[in-house]
Design a protein around this ligand. Sequence first.
Ligand code: HEC
Length: 291
Amino acid sequence: MKLLAKFNVILILIFGSGLAITGWLADRFLKENARQQVIRQAQLMMATAMSTRRYTATQIKPLLEQHQAQIRTFLPQTVPAFAATTSFNDLRKTYPDYTYREATLNPTNLSDRAVDWEADIINRFRNHADDKLIIGERDTPSGRSLYLGKPISADPPCLECHSTPAAAPRAMIRLYGTANGFGWKPHEIVGAQIVSVPMDVPEQIAAAAFRTLLIYLGATALVTMLMVDLALVALVIRPVRRLAAAADRISRGDLNVPELPATGKDEVSELTASFNRMYVSLVKALRMLDH
Ligand code: HEC
């Protein structure tokens, strides 16, 4: 195998394994980064829902309580769960793949009833009292989605409306009936706040970044190989070929070979200079023999 071919095989091995390792690390990094970004988004959404809940409990409910009593009608607008879910449903008009649910095993409003995977999350919270946050991924019809769940526990003030129909405001019973959302026990985990965020956009961005990175790395490797090849030809291969050709001519008895240029201080120049000296000595020796 020629020197150039050998060097290229070595370079391809070095760049190939470098590219494979870098690619693997970059892929992991970019995917993890995309996931973290989605988690941050989900956390922000959860915090927004919590704020809506608090705002309703501290600002709206006190304002409307008197009015409620006067009109003898229950206003769901005073319920934090209703406020958070309703305002989020409004947001979904613009971002349909994002969801916020107050999924509950035995809800007052049946649209809050936990579906199978939500019930699994709630049951995990019920079985592991120390778990305060669950993060997971699942496939949805519109692509992969990340969810973040937080437990909802029935604190004593909640039981006014969620323990027995007798304890609940009459106006509320008139609106919601007595069948659902009762029987919650103090401090029992009754449901979970669950935020779902689509993962496809950050994943596509990560995949595009990965492709771009690979193209740049591949192009850099190719250009580097080309430069190394050119340098090898100019600094080693061409001078050595010239040396070989000269040695060839001399070995066939041609003593009119001009001395080879040997400028510079590198090994090839030293070899050329030695060759020149050897050639001069050889010519002298042959001439002495002739006399
Ligand atoms: C004044 C009565 C009242 C109180 C007090 C109350 N809730 Fe509710 N809650 C309701 C009503 C009514 C709904 C249904 C709202 C709707 O239509 O979405 C509801 C809905 C919910 C939901 C959504 C699931 C469902 O049942 O539809 C959760 C979760 C919830 N409440 C938790 C709590 C917690 C936790 C507390 C205590 C911090 C609490 N509630 C206090 C009346 C109340």
